[in-house]
Write a protein that binds this ligand. Structure first.
Ligand SMILES: NC(=O)c1ccc[n+]([C@@H]2O[C@H](COP(=O)([O-])OP(=O)(O)OC[C@H]3O[C@@H](n4cnc5c(N)ncnc54)[C@H](OP(=O)(O)O)[C@@H]3O)[C@@H](O)[C@H]2O)c1
Length: 249
């Protein structure tokens, strides 16, 4: 079935987080679902209970990850309500549309608050707990976009690069304490975030969730979804900056 009993998914109300919640329920993992939209979370939890009645009912916690000060108390409450914790997945993320000549600090700050600072607030709590219990898995959704600075989304791609480096640092701290730290790098996936966007090699969110689940259970530290993005990004990373500059990728 599953090596995990209790999981928190932050950013569970739609897209890949919601699909991962459905999948974890099928594996009989008890989940705590965190995001801003209470109704979407409750609808998801009700749907999961209907689809998998034998699974533990998901618990719902409306929360805005930009309210950093709330995180330590909420984290403790959730761990207590679940009755233990062995998996924390940070899935929350935003990628607002940005014009190539747009420099809107308000938008940029929001991207960093959700994609980076929220992740640090939640995953620091996970790190403390798992370091003490000498077990557990911490996973976060980065993106292939974080592997290069892209002219279309300088702030989104740099937020994912910052997350990658934070995750690597956590891994280097916690690896010898029995804690696995997994960075997930999806390519384009059909979710509300990418609605209306035309992108190459798009896959559905349920397929992405299956591959992410396999990655979380494997011994890999960085999981490209689908796997072919590892080779594609190896090539893209090796394009000299002067040549990359003109490309719209
Ligand atoms: N779709 C892709 O092609 C793709 C590719 C690579 C990486 N990713 C990454 O994968 C992750 C999931 O994205 P998705 O595609 O599944 O998009 P999505 O359906 O838009 O999901 C984003 C999730 O983040 C939550 N969220 C956003 N702002 C939040 C806030 N302030 N507080 C709490 N939760 C917040 C949303 O919940 P609420 O709105 O209810 O708060 C939602 O549950 C993101 O980190 C994204 O950057 C996506």
């Amino acid at each position: 079935m599953s090596p995990f009993s209790n999981a928190i998914i932050i950013g569970a109300s739609s897209g890949m987080g919601a699909e991962l919640a459905r999948l974890l329920a099928r594996k009989r993992v008890r989940t705590a679902l965190v995001a801003r939209r209470r109704e979407a979370l409750e609808e998801l939890a009700a749907g999961i209970t209907k689809e998998t009645p034998k699974a533990p009912a998901p618990l719902v916690y409306p929360h805005d990850v930009r309210h950093f000060d709330e995180v330590p108390t909420l984290f403790q409450r959730i761990a207590h309500d679940l009755g233990g914790l062995d998996l924390v997945v940070y899935c929350a993320g935003v990628m607002p549309p940005v014009a190539v000549n747009e420099y809107d600090f308000g938008k940029d700050r929001m991207v960093y608050e959700v994609n980076v600072l929220g992740a640090i607030a939640w995953l620091n709590e996970a790190a403390k707990r798992f370091e003490n219990q000498e077990s557990g898995v911490i996973a976060a959704f980065s993106s292939v976009a974080g592997d290069r600075g892209r002219k279309g989304q300088p702030v989104y791609s740099s937020s994912k690069a910052a997350l990658n480096t934070y995750m690597e640092g956590l891994r280097n701290r916690l690896g010898h304490r029995g804690v696995r730290v997994v960075t997930i790098k999806p390519g384009p996936v059909r979710t509300p975030m990418t609605e209306g966007l035309k992108m190459p090699f798009m896959i559905n969110a349920d397929e992405a969730a299956r591959q992410i689940w396999a990655g979380i259970r494997s011994s890999r530290t960085t999981v490209y979804v689908p796997k072919k993005w590892r080779a594609i990004m190896w090539v893209i990373r090796s394009i000299p900056s002067a040549l990359f500059r003109g490309k719209d990728i």
